[in-house]
Design a protein. Structure first.
Length: 137
């Protein structure tokens, strides 16, 4: 009699486990995590007219939120730089990978209200993902 009772308890336990694991209602299942939208500033640091706008359009297609476009403090940047502004290097690297840049630095500035700044340098034509959109520039 005791073995029959233990077998019944075991079967109920297994049924409950399987039911919870595979038959959980959709409302109780965790929602998928949405990808964080990275806010980006694009600054022209090489002096090529219209370059920042072209890169902005490219980044928006890739899902980044470009919130500011303008000129850097000079047009003498030899290399394109991606700058982490909030201590989120993962976001900075995601932007860097999108445009083919390996030069990522951190300069926090929470007053900017964005995560990443791109300063386009004179090497913009060497950035593999951008060659197609830049055409003959």
């Amino acid at each position: 009699m005791g073995i029959l009772f233990l077998a019944l308890v075991f079967i109920v336990f297994i049924y409950s486990f399987v039911h919870r694991l595979w038959l959980t209602p959709a409302s109780e299942k965790p929602m998928p995590v949405e990808r964080k939208v990275v806010r980006v500033e694009v600054l022209n640091g090489c002096g090529i007219a219209g370059l920042a706008k072209k890169i902005t359009d490219f980044l928006r297609i890739k899902g980044f939120d470009v919130v500011n476009v303008g000129n850097a403090e000079s047009f003498e940047f030899p290399e394109t730089i991606v700058v982490d502004r909030v201590g989120d290097m993962a976001s900075a690297w995601s932007v860097a990978r999108a445009i083919g840049v390996n030069n990522v630095i951190q300069q926090r500035d929470t007053d900017l209200l964005l995560e990443v700044t791109i300063i386009l340098g004179k090497d913009y034509g060497d950035l593999e993902p951008l060659r197609e959109i830049l055409g003959g520039d």
